[in-house]
Design a protein around this ligand. Structure first.
Ligand code: G3P
Ligand code: MG
Length: 240
């Protein structure tokens, strides 16, 4: 089966990452789904941004967790694309769901809970998914596997993946023992042996961040489930 073309932080290769513009452009480019990163603001709103700090991708400074939604919304999140596409605000997860509602687009929500654990983020995320009735087309992942398991306990019927960027011993057996359906490794970790082991343990393999034609083709040939990359246009071309 053909892998799914998942836009990493939206169409982040050509547009400001994790903004509504990047999500819209990814959909226009024909992606099957979107990967995005979620944190909590000081007043408990689910906001889409990659880093704990505002400094790299916005014209603000300091931690996301210390700012209210109102303060976050004043910032321009255009990052390195500053001035090219007007002002792009940090989106809320609600705004993103409004954008994709009814589109059939799959969403890979990455809970960014490794540095700050944001107590309550799993409950809030699930409540919003349910408000939009999107359990069936959402995949939850995190480098914080406790966070994944917290959400899995709340909603065992959803799809979960353990994110991993180091070559752990028996990652497959470990993932299976925690009843997650997928592993999400950095793509250089994946080869035939990795895929064989995944198959043995009944796991899907969803890889990131795959940006070149050659790498996309290699991952497709190996039989991964999702190719998460910054260029959904290139991925679409290779997969078709
Ligand atoms: O979810 C895949 C990928 O996004 C994980 O790494 O740092 O880009 O969020 P990062
Ligand atoms: Mg991510």
């Amino acid at each position: 089966m053909k892998p799914l073309n998942i836009a990493h932080r939206g169409f982040s290769g050509r547009y400001p990452e994790n903004t509504l513009l990047a999500f819209e452009k990814a959909i226009e480019a024909g992606c099957d789904g979107v990967e995005l990163d979620v944190h909590l603001s000081a007043d408990g709103e689910l906001v889409i941004i990659h880093d704990e700090l505002l400094d790299r991708t916005t014209n603000g400074t300091g931690f996301v967790k210390d700012k209210s939604l109102r303060e976050l919304r004043e910032l321009d999140a255009s990052g390195s694309f500053c001035g090219q596409y007007g002002v792009n605000r940090i989106p809320t997860l609600t705004e993103y769901f409004d954008l994709i509602r009814g589109s059939g687009i799959l969403t890979n929500i990455e809970l960014k809970t490794s540095v700050f654990t944001y107590p309550g983020i799993e409950e809030k995320t699930l409540a919003l998914i349910d408000q939009y009735d999107l359990r069936a087309c959402t995949v939850i992942s995190s480098f914080n596997h406790y966070s994944v398991l917290r959400m899995q306990a709340l909603a065992p019927d959803m799809i979960y993946g353990f994110l991993e960027e180091s070559r752990l011993i028996d990652i497959h057996g470990y993932a299976e023992s925690h009843h997650v359906q997928a592993v999400h490794p950095e793509f250089h970790m994946v080869d035939e042996a990795f895929m064989k082991e995944a198959f043995k343990h009944g796991l899907a393999v969803n890889v990131w961040t795959v940006n070149t034609e050659e790498d996309i083709q290699e991952m497709a040939d190996l039989g991964v489930g999702m190719i998460i990359g910054n260029y959904p246009d290139i991925c679409r071309k290779v997969l078709s």
